[in-house]
Design a protein around this ligand. Structure first.
Ligand code: SAM
Length: 232
């Protein structure tokens, strides 16, 4: 899978992309990253990519021309473009379902915003899908792009050491994950539940399912089928 990432802060990426699972995924050839600094495509003396908003108001707005020119520099004009994702608080809310969907693609372009965000003609004039990582505002789209990259790449075949890890995680079956324990059996008066040490796989599976359901009902009833939600 290939990611092209448009940003004016490419230096924010190597630390994350070259560590742990993302580094290994690159070494295995499962994924590659191309970072594009769209400031290089600003057609003015000071390489400005932003300007004041029409109509007044605080902050600066990302100009359309550097982003269009940057995309046109690496996307062939005679081919349908790959999915282009604009990181934006106004986008659809990101979740595991979208991560699963995007992990089926072989090429994705991510565009990280800054300042007050994008000139609307970037949204209207490009075939973009706007995605938000949550109902809060961060300073730039770089961290949001990395959230998408991490959550997608770990789903690619052969990337996680144990393929079952992703299958049994929170959200994949509509439930939060169950509690986990490791050694020691007793720690500061807290003991690993007996069932997990019993070796009885059917009982262990039932206990985990029950704990996952309890946790989901208590914390995220919105994830449950309406008929299974606790009455309020
Ligand atoms: N004026 C915008 C608003 O109120 O919605 C906020 C702009 S924010 C300071 C600058 C950039 O950070 C955005 O263009 C976007 O790329 C990124 N960003 C901020 N919060 C985000 C979120 N929740 N999800 C995705 N990207 C986000």
């Amino acid at each position: 899978m290939r990611f092209d990432i448009l940003t004016i802060f490419p230096e924010m990426f190597p630390g994350v992309l070259d560590t742990s699972m993302l580094r290994i995924a690159q070494e295995k050839g499962a994924v590659s990253f191309d970072l594009h600094d769209f400031r290089d495509f600003a057609n003015n003396k000071h390489q400005k990519v932003d300007d004041r908003p029409f109509g007044g108001g605080p902050g600066m707005v990302l100009k359309p021309d550097p982003i269009f020119a940057c995309l046109e520099s690496f996307l062939p004009a005679d081919k349908a473009p790959p999915p282009i994702i604009l990181l934006s608080p106004q986008g659809e809310a990101y979740n595991q379902r979208i991560a699963n969907e995007l992990s089926q693609l072989d090429h994705i372009v991510l565009i990280a915003g800054r300042y007050e965000g994008f000139d609307q003609r970037i949204v209207d004039g490009l075939p973009v899908r706007e995605i938000s990582i949550g109902d809060y505002v961060i300073t730039g789209g770089e961290l949001a792009a990395l959230v998408l990259v991490d959550s997608i790449v770990r789903l690619l075949p052969g990337v996680l050491g144990d393929a079952d890890s992703a299958t049994y995680e929170s959200f994949n079956n509509g439930l939060l994950d169950h509690p986990h324990y490791t050694r020691p059996v007793e720690f500061r008066g807290m003991t690993v539940p007996e069932v997990l040490r019993s070796g009885d796989h059917a009982r262990i599976a039932a206990w985990r399912k029950q704990k996952a359901a309890e946790l989901t009902r208590a914390r995220r009833p919105d994830l449950l089928d309406p008929k299974d939600r606790p009455s309020t």
